[in-house]
Design a protein around this ligand. Sequence first.
Ligand code: PFF
Length: 441
Amino acid sequence: MRSHWSGRLAFILAASGSAIGLGNIWKFPYITGENGGGAFVIIYLLTILIVGLPIFIAEVYIGQNAQKNAVSAFNVIHGKPSPFRAIGVLGILSAFLILSFYSVVGGWILSFEYKVLTGAFTDATPETISGMLGGLLGDWKSLLFWHTLFMLITAGIVVGGIKGGIERGAKILMPGFFVLLTLLLFITMSLDGFGDAFAFLFQPDFSKLTGKSILEAVGHSFFTLSLGMGAMITYGSFLEKKEQVFKIAIAVCALDTIVAVMAGLVMFSVTFTYGQEPSSGPALMFSTMPMLFSQMTGGTYLLAAFFALVTFAALSSAISLLEVVVAYFSEERNMSHKKATVIFAGIIWAVGILCALSFNVLSGVFDFFDFFDKSTTHVLMPFGGLLTAIFFGWIIPEEKVYGIFGGPTTAARCIRFISRFIAPTAVAVVMIVGLSDWITG
Ligand code: PFF
């Protein structure tokens, strides 16, 4: 018997747990900072609406309808060995690559949590704080230790299965996360830099957009919604067939977007208040938050809570990445869920070592971390999403698509039209332009 989520709310929590993660709190603010702010945000929001939402609906529907893992789901729906199962195969590859670098960043967060709890930030000067991430990246032994711990916790949750592991984890991790993020937003609203942060995020300057930043926005919309690599197909496959996908999908996409914008406001308010550069890259979150809290009474507790919650968000995403791989191998290769978890967590951990060493031992040799990040976000995920939109728009019969919306409503027609024409064209054009821009540098 296939396991199922205990209900719609459990699915929403688990799926938003997958979607909301480092992509929202760590990556969205720093790539927005690197790409000039408002104009980038507008492209990102548009992409979520016209590409992300339809593909999200498509993926959950495919999984739910087929009740199968990301590869076999396409065969079930197509009624024959489908060439579209390549989406699932590429998805498993993406999940491997993403989790290997995601776990390394998860490790940074665990390490910062440890630093907070052991008092490393008490009375630290801004200079000390901004050097902390660099210090950690140079220390390969620590990086490996924290990466290993992060992977162990992830595997420990996935081993528990759908209801006992993933659902239970999401039910604890997600509500706590929302409460703390809201609290942080209230705190940062009173900072001097809040107005500047608001303007930075919402006043577009289109002269700052390049082909590369548009590719970045499109790629990120896939990354942040966990699309184009089988995660939502896998999670959808544990959803009872009677559940209505449309409203659930809107809820998850909206939550993910709101969290990213909130995290952006929080991060940039601090950045502008303390005279930091918004374009400081991956280090942004690791310096802004400690800077804010180290100067506040009771700040240590808040900082500890902040990193704990980023850990929660990262874990609830990491488990979905691992489950894509585990669901496939346990279903198709006659392996128990437990055994598949242990084996594949081990292999991904080993690949992750290359990412951790990219910052130190391998520095100047090859940057696996950046390569895995860019090749999944810029190529594999958009490509997977493009094929999914084509499958949904052209292969699944019209009445089935309309059935998702309870009939041929305007929303149903819009989504189908977008999946047939707009999403594939937009993603294809952006991939070609962006890739040539990326390669020619
Ligand atoms: N959506 C996650 C984030 O924003 O951090 C990253 C992610 C998780 C991507 C799961 C893909 C995935 F399957």
